[in-house]
Ligand binder design. Structure first.
Ligand SMILES: Cc1ncc(COP(=O)(O)O)c(C=O)c1O
Length: 405
């Protein structure tokens, strides 16, 4: 593995150049591209498992070994082979957010009792479908949800999603925050929490869990903020008498740029230890990004290279609609050549094939000046919130998906 080039910051044991060829999960990527064609999402099961095991280890290190559960947020990537692999791993349950997600998770082998359900703006039709799954655990995110669930399942145990009015996100990116940047729709605020508890009591609902998810993509530099979020959330836990579980949401991020300091799970574990090691609360965590994002690459065919004014554009044969995070959230997906040699690097802007101004994959990527001779590019970090958020915009929504060992 060679890191001589600072632009290769993303290299790691299972995603790196060997003899000038890019390898991913033990496969030569050029061969994958030739076999699978473009656009193709390729996921690594072993990387997914390693990511999960790292979180499990961190929970154990926080003193929560037997008092913690990981729920995979399937909104990040619902590719059926991937979900079946997760089920077989035995390492996690599922965080689902719609009746169709629940149905899909069950079709991939998960039991309703292995699913934690947290959603927003649910309809009567949603509630009545969800009520059919015995064992499914419902987190109510509004007074409306408590009322509807209470009418359907009086006497059952529920969670309440709360909004602590502070949030967390990668580099303070406001678009990735679910709390703390103005008033959001997510969860019940402190000033309405007593009312929520009283409403639950009215329906004999037992509030067993406090749930919060306040933002996405946090790295080591945001861990102090996570500490503050936990402190605020404990104010809710402390006034709800029957709580036995706390769900701290997802939000654990992976680096997108050379300057990003990866999330140090030892430090993360220390924050959890500080707040939860004492006592007997069961801690749930429901990451999506951290489990799948860096376990996926997107293989794209280069279509053209052309200088326009001050910019050298590289076109590829798929656009933001099949992996919207760079365009929607400003989260760049580093483009990576499949072949590495000593050719000098030049700044190029990688763009897709959609007629929208936001269809830009990466501005000023440093790519080999002989890129004309390359057929493909790989975009890294395409394992989460990519295929699962894809649309058929411009009728260019087709792609392939593969799960490697
Ligand atoms: C309630 C809830 N839990 C978990 C997640 C997963 O977040 P991430 O993929 O950032 O870990 C989300 C993401 O939107 C969410 O809304």
């Amino acid at each position: 593995m060679s890191h001589d080039n600072p632009h290769d910051w993303w290299q790691r044991a299972d995603l790196c150049y060997q003899d000038q060829q890019l390898y991913f999960s033990g496969h030569k990527v050029k061969q994958l591209a030739q076999q699978f064609g473009s656009p193709s999402f390729v996921y690594s099961a072993s990387r997914i498992k390693a990511n999960l095991e790292r979180i499990r280890q961190a929970l154990n290190n926080a003193g929560l070994g037997r008092r913690s559960t990981i729920y995979y947020a399937m909104k990040a990537n619902r590719f059926a082979p991937l979900l079946r692999f997760l089920k077989q791993s035995g390492l996690c349950g599922i965080d689902a957010c719609s009746p169709n997600e629940v149905r899909h998770a069950i079709s991939c082998g998960f039991l309703p009792s292995e699913i934690s359900f947290t959603a927003t703006s649910l309809s009567q039709k949603d509630f009545s479908e969800l009520a059919r799954y015995d064992g499914l655990f419902m987190d109510c995110d509004s007074l409306h949800a408590i009322r509807c669930w209470g009418e359907m399942k009086p006497g059952s145990e529920i969670g309440i999603r709360i909004n602590p009015a502070i949030g967390i996100s990668r580099s303070c990116n406001e678009k990735l925050k679910y709390a703390g940047c103005g008033t959001t729709k997510f969860g019940i605020y402190y000033e309405q929490f007593e009312q929520a508890l009283a409403l639950a009591e009215q329906y004999d609902l037992i509030v067993r869990k406090i749930h919060f998810h306040t933002g996405c993509g946090y790295l080591s530099s945001e861990l102090q903020q996570l500490d503050h979020v936990f402190t605020e959330c404990m104010k809710f836990v402390n006034i709800a008498p029957d709580i036995t579980r706390i769900n701290i949401g997802g939000g654990l991020g992976v680096p997108h740029l050379a300057d990003d300091q990866p999330l140090d799970l030892e430090q993360w574990s220390a924050v959890l230890h500080k707040h939860f090691a004492q006592g007997d609360m069961h801690i749930e965590v429901e990451p999506g990004d951290y489990i799948c994002k860096d376990a996926g690459i997107l293989l794209l065919n280069k279509t053209y290279i052309e200088q326009k004014r001050d910019t050298l554009f590289v076109g590829v044969d798929a656009g933001f609609n099949i992996a919207p995070e760079p365009a929607y959230y400003g989260l760049p997906f580093q483009p990576v050549p499949l072949l590495q040699d000593d050719t000098p690097l030049t700044a190029m802007t990688v763009v897709g094939n959609i007629n929208e101004a936001l269809d830009v994959w990466y501005v000023n990527a440093m790519l080999p000046s002989n890129l004309q001779q390359h057929d493909y590019l790989a975009l890294i970090n395409a394992g989460a919130y990519s295929s699962s958020m894809a649309s058929n915009h411009c009728m260019r929504g087709e792609f392939n998906e593969f799960l490697l060992d």
